[in-house]
Design a binder for this molecule. Structure first.
Ligand SMILES: Cc1ncc(COP(=O)(O)O)c(C=O)c1O
Length: 417
């Protein structure tokens, strides 16, 4: 259980014992400074709540760090994490590539100036018309994990490159994929052979070890499975050797995560051990890691009430499950919080959203403590909320508007909302 109390995240360690992290609100000092700059923007701009403020300087910083840690790897931003056009345009300017899930994301990237050849269609579930549209717009790289999808690609995107997604263990991920995607290494070899027969270019293999992956070792298992495919003697001789390491790198929530350098050390080591000098082309599809820490979701307290049924104090925010905080489902993602009354004495709370829906409760099993002075009109900031918030917001559930995004650049102190 994680207890977010005031300026310290208190975390129960596996095997017992409670550690008080020597960090600010569960984050590194650098990440705390980033969220302070976003607070400065929000305090000054005073936008209507709920809203998401994104600092493009943080996106640039994450992209630069990741590029430096994994030199030579092609970074394809997973657009679904935050499809705000200003975020995509910033990444186009940095020379990023893009992982997209639909024609809508392809059009978005093209509108922001992304070259069609920088786009990889990473969704294994697509209609023939979607494939045809992608091909017509110049996309030439597609993920697959099944024969029907492969045959659709061959029919609608002749001569395109295909990589095969294999299923890997998602243990350690806060939001695992279950069994929806991926095939066995043996099936991947068969599909890539079939791709060649169908006139496609067998390009390589991909995996995703689950989003917000807290165990760096997960990549070792994924890379080992990918090597099994690429080294298979049945692989087409002229196949391009590419391994796509997917997403999964973390943002900063309440659970401590390893440093980025720990993840990249495991990745580099696994690539060295499994491929030696014949290292394949390496792709990455980070979403959450590039934009998560760049955003703060500001909400207003609608109501604080004492629960007569004895469940304690309920704090209702104007942001909930349906207008930005979808990833609180199952309490998978536990955001760090900051309130306008920080410093006052704390007490336990249940946190809930504003709609007339019984599932619109954010945290009732994860222990959160907030100032006992908190009342309607105060603000609660959800930190590191730049990923999978605005893009998950419903259009109008209960008449609440979708979450609005404000982008600014703390390096330039220019607002670009
Ligand atoms: C195919 C694919 N690649 C990359 C990502 C991004 O993952 P993350 O945000 O964990 O980096 C996702 C997320 O769902 C995905 O489905």
């Amino acid at each position: 259980m994680t207890d977010l109390s005031g300026s310290h995240a208190v975390t129960d360690r596996p095997g017992g014992g409670t550690t008080v992290e020597t960090t600010v609100n569960g984050a590194s000092a650098a990440s705390a400074a980033e969220s302070e700059r976003i607070r400065g923007f929000l305090d000054e701009a005073c936008p209507t709540t709920p809203c998401l403020a994104v600092d493009l300087a943080v996106v640039r910083n994450r992209f630069a760090r990741l590029s430096a840690e994994l030199p030579g790897a092609r970074i394809c931003y997973a657009v679904k994490a935050n499809p705000d056009p200003r975020v995509v345009a910033e990444l186009v300017g940095l020379g990023a590539s893009f992982d997209v899930a639909s024609p809508g994301e392809i059009e978005l990237c093209l509108r922001q100036g992304a070259p069609a050849r920088s786009i990889s269609y990473g969704n294994t579930i697509k209609k023939p018309t979607d494939i045809a549209l992608a091909y017509q717009r110049g996309v030439r790289l597609f993920a697959t994990d099944s024969t029907p999808d492969l045959e659709n690609i061959a029919a609608s995107a002749p001569g395109a490159g295909v990589f095969c997604r294999i299923a890997v263990d998602n243990t350690g991920s806060r939001t695992p994929f279950g069994r929806k995607f991926g095939c066995s290494p043996a099936t991947a070899v068969r599909l890539l052979r079939r791709a060649r027969e169908l006139g496609l270019v067998p390009y390589g293999v991909s995996f995703h070890i689950g989003s917000q992956q807290l165990s760096s070792e997960a990549w070792e298992h994924g890379i080992a499975a990918a090597a099994e495919v690429l080294h298979d003697p049945e692989m087409p001789a002229d196949a391009v050797r590419m391994v796509n390491l997917g997403g999964g790198l973390p943002a900063t929530y309440t659970q401590p995560t390893p440093e980025l350098s720990e993840y990249t050390a495991v990745i580099e080591d696994a690539l060295r051990r499994h491929f030696g000098t014949g290292r394949p082309e390496v792709l990455l599809e980070p979403g959450r890691h590039l934009v998560g820490d760049a955003g703060v979701l500001r909400s207003e307290v609608v109501l604080v009430s004492e629960d007569s049924a004895g469940q304690g104090r309920w704090v209702y925010l104007d942001a909930g499950r349906y207008n930005g905080l979808a990833e609180t489902e199952g309490e998978a993602i536990t955001y760090r919080l900051r309130t306008s009354r920080d410093g006052d004495p704390l007490g336990p709370v249940v946190l809930a959203g504003p709609t007339c829906d019984g599932d619109d409760v954010l945290y009732q099993h994860t222990r959160y403590e907030l100032p006992s002075t908190l009342r309607g009109g105060d603000t609660v900031d959800l930190l590191s909320a730049g990923a999978y918030t605005a893009s998950y917001s419903s259009v109008c559930f209960n008449g609440f508007e979708p979450l609005t995004t404000w982008c600014f650049d703390s390096a330039e102190t220019i607002e670009r909302a």
